[in-house]
Design a protein around this ligand. Structure first.
Ligand SMILES: [Zn+2]
Length: 229
C-alpha cells in the first residue's frame, strides 16, 4: 500500500496542528480505497459536476460536507461573503469552465447566517467612509454600499437581512454576467438556472430564498426538447 508510513515523508507533520490532518487524510484515503477501489482511478480520469457553488470562504460552510455530497459532485468558488463582480476573473473563469466544459445545470449562490464578511461590511456602513487601505475594505466595497443603501430611518438593516439581500444581489449579478448570457444564447431554454440559498449555521439547514431564475422559456425540471413533444 503506498499510504503506509507516508506520514514520515511529510515535513508538515513536525507541526502538531498539521500532523492530525495528514493522518486523517491517510486514513480517509485508505478507507475510501478499501470501500470503493475504483474511486480514485475514476476521479483521476475526470469530473462531471452538475452544480456550481458560489459560497463564502467561512470554514463552517464546506459545501460538499453540508450538502451530504461527495468529492466530484460540486464545482466550487468560495470567497469572502460569496460576492461576484464582473471584474472578478477568478470567478468568471470558474463559471466559464463550469458552463462550457461541464455544462452544469445550476449555479447556486450560497450565503450563510452570521457571515463575518457581511458583519464587517455592515459595521463599515455605519461609519464615515475612510480610505480603503486594506484589500478586505476594497473587496467588500459593493457589500458595504449595499448595507448603506439598505439603511432606513429606523437604522441599519439587521445582519440576517443583509445576508439575504447580499445573496439576492449576487444572484442578480451572476444573471447579468456575460458568461451566463453566452450560456443562455448557446443552450437556449436548457441553459443554466441560478439560485439563491442561505445556509443556517443555527441548525445546519439550507433555506431557498425562492429567487431562482433560468433562461427565457425554460421550465424547471424539464428539458427544452421535451416541451414540444
Ligand atoms: Zn461568510
Amino acid at each position: 500500500m503506498p499510504y503506509r508510513n507516508a506520514t514520515e515523508q511529510h515535513e508538515s507533520t513536525k507541526h502538531p496542528e498539521l500532523k492530525a490532518l495528514i493522518e486523517n487524510n491517510l486514513r480517509w484515503a485508505d478507507h475510501v480505497n478499501r470501500v470503493d477501489p475504483e474511486f480514485f482511478p475514476r476521479h483521476y480520469r475526470g469530473q462531471r459536476p452538475e452544480i456550481l457553488w458560489i459560497g463564502c470562504s467561512d470554514a463552517r460552510v464546506p459545501e460538499t460536507t453540508i450538502m451530504g455530497a461527495n468529492p466530484g459532485d460540486i464545482f466550487v468558488h468560495r470567497g469572502i461573503a460569496n460576492l461576484y463582480t464582473p471584474q472578478d476573473d477568478s470567478l468568471n473563469a470558474v463559471m466559464l469552465i463550469a458552463l462550457i466544459n461541464f455544462k452544469v445545470k445550476h449555479i447556486v449562490v450560497a450565503g450563510h447566517s452570521n457571515c463575518v464578511g457581511c458583519q464587517t461590511a455592515l459595521r463599515a456602513s455605519m461609519l464615515p467612509p475612510t480610505p480603503e487601505t486594506q484589500a478586505i475594505q476594497r473587496y467588500l466595497r459593493p457589500l458595504t454600499a449595499l448595507a448603506r443603501a439598505m439603511r432606513t430611518e429606523d437604522g441599519p438593516p439587521s445582519l440576517d437581512l443583509l445576508v439575504e439581500e447580499n445573496v439576492a444581489q449576487q444572484v442578480r449579478n451572476v444573471l447579468a454576467s456575460d458568461v451566463v448570457a453566452a450560456d443562455w444564447k448557446r443552450r437556449g431554454a436548457d441553459g443554466v438556472h441560478v439560485h439563491g440559498w442561505v445556509y443556517q449555521l443555527e441548525n445546519g439547514t439550507v433555506r431557498d430564498l425562492g429567487i431562482s431564475q433560468g433562461p427565457p422559456g425554460s421550465v424547471p425540471g424539464v428539458r427544452a426538447a421535451d416541451l414540444w413533444r
